[in-house]
Design a protein around this ligand. Sequence first.
Ligand code: PMP
Length: 376
Amino acid sequence: MSIYLDNAATTKPCREAVKAVTDCMTENYGNPSSLHTKGLNAQLAVDNVRKIIARAIAADPACIYFTSGATESNNLAVIGAAGAYGKRKPKIVTTSIEHASIKRTMDHLEEKGYEIVRISPDRNGQITHEQIINAVDEKTCLVSIMMVNNETGYILPVRRAFYGIKKMFPQCITHTDAVQGFMKIPFKVSELNADIVSLSGHKIHAGKGVGALYLKKGIRLEQRIFGGSQEKGIRSGTENVPMIAGMGAAVKALCGNINQRYEKVQKLKNMLCQRLSEIEGVYINSGEECSPYIVNISVTGIRSEIMLHYLEERDIYVSSGSACSKGAKSGILTEFGLNDRLADSALRISLCSENTVQELRILAENIEYAKERLLK
Ligand code: PMP
């Protein structure tokens, strides 16, 4: 029986999502832009999911746009907002711990002449809302802060930061990459004071290649993709109707019990951390301020890849750092203050509510064995 603990990289699609995708591919295969009934039915399916996603984040369905995933949502948000609002206000505030789809986009904008301010965690590995607010001034067109860090699970103070920013600079656009928070930590876009929010399907038990962008009414984005003007011109290209249907089914299946799942996963994390802390040389890099869904640890003396493959041979799947970096050092753990020894031996264990105590016991046991065998 395989033990899958790499849910921050991607999740196993749920039954409901698979059924919705299959039904859509077999029955509802029309192009939403077509004027006949098959087109209309596809359009209705897409609009139905718009409502489901909107309800999950307490938004107006007209503010939800479908994309190919959060990478595209993040690119559209950041480049689009910079293009629309940054001509006279060329400063952007972000953090140094963002996902590559924000980080590299910011690097690109910097090359184009924007001033990018990247806030790093302080000595305690925290980014405070004051740090973020203090970096914003009247020249700032955009603030982009992730909701939950994908390598450590660190929860950023998005709500408090955006509240303070909007109070002082209501014209400043606020964006959050909510990929690792969506369907895990309940939030309402209005309470977040977020103008733009990026979401992804495959982190919430839907399929890959689908995501969404929440764009508050009245917020403009400079056009990035030109074509048939689907998604009101924000994202041209025929909609991925089956995957959108799957994302809707997954959100529907999850949204009624976010808090119960959170509590269940928190108990799993507590149990795992307790067990791992009994093993000499194992350090927990994800403290109590982190999402329970991601547990980053260091098994000192054993390089991440060695441990990852050792576990894989026993049918246990975890990640070394972030899945997006394919084993390449992302530098994020160093930003959190980890030294090279800890960063080089870091593993990311990422949970979903389907994981069990038994699975985590087997993981911990295997880490303990590995320490004995590999460090002999
Ligand atoms: N942001 C974060 C925080 C992520 O974890 C990921 C996925 N690794 C993305 C963005 C990119 O999402 P997608 O795979 O849907 O492009």
